[in-house]
Design a protein around this ligand. Structure first.
Ligand SMILES: Nc1ncnc2c1ncn2[C@@H]1O[C@H](COP(=O)(O)OP(=O)(O)O)[C@@H](O)[C@H]1O
Ligand SMILES: O=P(O)(O)OC[C@H]1O[C@](O)(COP(=O)(O)O)[C@@H](O)[C@@H]1O
Length: 303
């Protein structure tokens, strides 16, 4: 089984505004709300790619109920720990540029945290655990590491999509995949990456530190795949950017859905880029058909 863990889910409130009057009144154009949070998005794209998963994590209040109801309607399996505080709402402002304002997240009780740890007892060899996104501030700094130690001891593989110290600490446990975007990679090593060669140099550092596959996403500039066998580049397919929220999560889902079946990293990279771009070209996360259509357009070049 694949388990996604979203410690800090969100309602993504998508707010298109043609002209923002800072300090004045603006009206939204066609606002809408989506169930969000990185692992939840991964579970949704896995579903679109006919791959089952169970979405785990913490949900609470009316916002948490919205997320669960939405996922139930989409037939995505969930087993969230229900918490006392409300799940956060993240604002995605679409004007001339995309601006994101994310909530910090709720405070969790020890009992709520222990419930998640208890649930993870079911994870076993052959399972894949996908840990994605930020953690609510009340959780300890090494919480991801605790989860990785636990699920790795039980024999499961894991994927991590987070930033900073939590990403760095995860590498020695040998994640099957890490997918920083270029800005996250720059921040991790405190460098400015100008060329593909620069990006690959730092991607290789993640390999040396333990990652098995590294994808560095670069928005409309496509992505790079760095593995022990070689380095690859995919240009992003042409299309109209509509809403890139969840594009990175779609890449993680695309790679894993394909890799667990084929064990072919290059083929899986293709599905990954097609999934990311199909989401960038959609209002919501991508539908299966949109991903399929783009798969044939993604060209992967060995560098
Ligand atoms: N403007 C765009 N045009 C085409 N594809 C895009 C665009 N923005 C994002 N994508 C696709 O989504 C992937 C992930 O986007 P990126 O913004 O790098 O990730 P994240 O959401 O993690 O920051 C890219 O590698 C690309 O395939
Ligand atoms: O947990 P974080 O890092 O605050 O990110 C949460 C946000 O990221 C998303 O999962 C989208 O992520 P990506 O655009 O990187 O794929 C949103 O649904 C959510 O609002």
């Amino acid at each position: 089984m694949i388990y996604t863990i979203t410690l800090n889910p969100s309602i993504d409130f998508i707010v298109p505004v043609k002209h923002i009057e800072l300090g004045g009144l603006s009206y939204m154009d066609n606002d809408y709300k989506l169930p969000g949070g990185k692992g939840i998005n991964v579970s949704r794209i896995l579903k679109a790619l006919s791959t089952d998963s169970v979405a785990l994590g913490f949900t609470g209040g009316f916002t948490g109920r919205f997320i669960e109801d939405s996922l139930n309607q989409l037939d995505v399996h969930t087993n969230f720990v229900h918490i006392q505080e409300d799940t956060r709402i993240n604002i995605k402002l679409k004007s001339d540029q995309e601006t994101e304002i994310n909530g910090r997240g709720p405070t969790l009780t020890n009992e709520e945290v222990n419930q998640l740890l208890q649930q993870l007892e079911q994870v076993k060899e052959g399972d894949t655990v996908i840990l994605s996104g930020s953690k609510p501030p009340s959780l300890p700094g090494d919480f991801y590491e605790q989860l990785i130690q636990k699920t790795s001891r039980q024999g499961a593989a894991f994927v991590i999509d987070t930033t900073g110290a939590a990403l760095e600490a995860s590498l020695r446990y040998k994640p099957l995949l890490v997918k920083p975007n270029i800005h996250e990679l720059e921040a991790l090593f405190d460098v400015k990456l100008k060329t593909d060669e620069d990006v690959i140099t730092y991607g290789k550092k993640l390999l040396e530190l333990g990652a098995e596959h590294v994808i560095i996403s670069m928005g409309g500039d496509g992505a790079l795949l760095v593995t022990k066998e070689g380095n690859y580049k995919a240009k992003a397919p042409e299309g109209k950017l509509i809403n890139s929220v969840g594009a990175g999560d779609s890449m993680v889902a695309g790679f894993i859905s394909s890799f667990l079946k084929s064990k072919d990293p290059v083929e899986s990279f293709k599905t990954s880029v097609a999934s990311g771009s199909a989401t960038a070209f959609s209002e919501d996360l991508a539908a299966a058909e949109a991903i399929e259509n783009l798969c044939s357009q993604v060209q992967v070049k060995k560098l």
